[in-house]
Design a protein around this ligand. Structure first.
Ligand code: FMN
Length: 183
């Protein structure tokens, strides 16, 4: 098995990482997987995910279609969504070892991920929703607004698209996102 790569077509695939600290406390946060020869996570200094990966060299990569999970795990610790070290309602998850490798930028760390255990719960027909995509975009921008305020216009644009094109879960996700950002 090629390990992870056979699942990932895009250069960057959005997932939700679940990790544990040295005492076994869980954390969840969105994480883009970079396919660049091998598969890498690039983790910015300051996140709990990075702290936990440094402590354990382990990460579980979760695949979910739930936009609310992306919002809540990005804006809060997300531990309420975690069961047995993985996302409760994930369509699938992969336990990986994470090995630190060289990265050019100072504020980012790079980790090569090696698949150890794969679980696929759901096989679904692929559909594409601009609403879901816009929740992801709005959430990425929301996590950067504090140091890049010029992203606000894009953030607001994607909130509008999510409300216009998304379903109930997308509308709930953006309502929660706006509460986190404005509240
Ligand atoms: C779709 C999406 C993808 C993200 N990908 C990454 C990533 O690859 N690396 C990273 O350091 N932060 C990424 N972030 C931002 C983190 O998820 C965010 O900073 C989060 O608050 C970190 O939570 P933690 O402190 O619980 O780890 C992403 C956010 C979103 C919404």
């Amino acid at each position: 098995m090629e390990g992870l790569k056979d699942l990932l077509d895009a250069r960057i695939t959005e997932t939700v990482a679940t990790t544990r600290d040295g005492n076994g406390e869980s954390n969840a946060a969105p994480m883009g997987l970079v396919r660049d020869g091998d598969v890498y996570a690039r983790l910015w200094e300051g996140s709990t995910t990075l702290e936990n990966v440094r402590a354990t060299n382990q990460v579980v990569v979760n695949f979910t279609r739930d936009p609310v999970v992306y919002v809540e795990t990005a804006m809060d610790d997300g531990s309420g969504f975690v069961v047995d070290g993985r996302l409760r309602d994930a369509d699938g998850w992969i336990r990986c070892d994470a090995e630190s490798v060289e990265e050019k930028r100072d504020e980012v760390t790079r980790w090569r991920l090696t698949e150890r255990e794969r679980n696929v719960e759901e096989r679904i027909l692929p559909t594409h929703s601009r609403g879901f995509a816009s929740v992801i975009e709005a959430t990425v921008h929301a996590t950067r607004l504090s140091f890049k305020p010029e992203l606000r216009e894009l953030y607001e644009h994607h909130i509008d698209v999510a409300r216009k094109c998304g379903g109930e879960r997308e509308r709930e996700a953006v309502d929660r996102l706006v509460e986190h950002v404005e509240g």
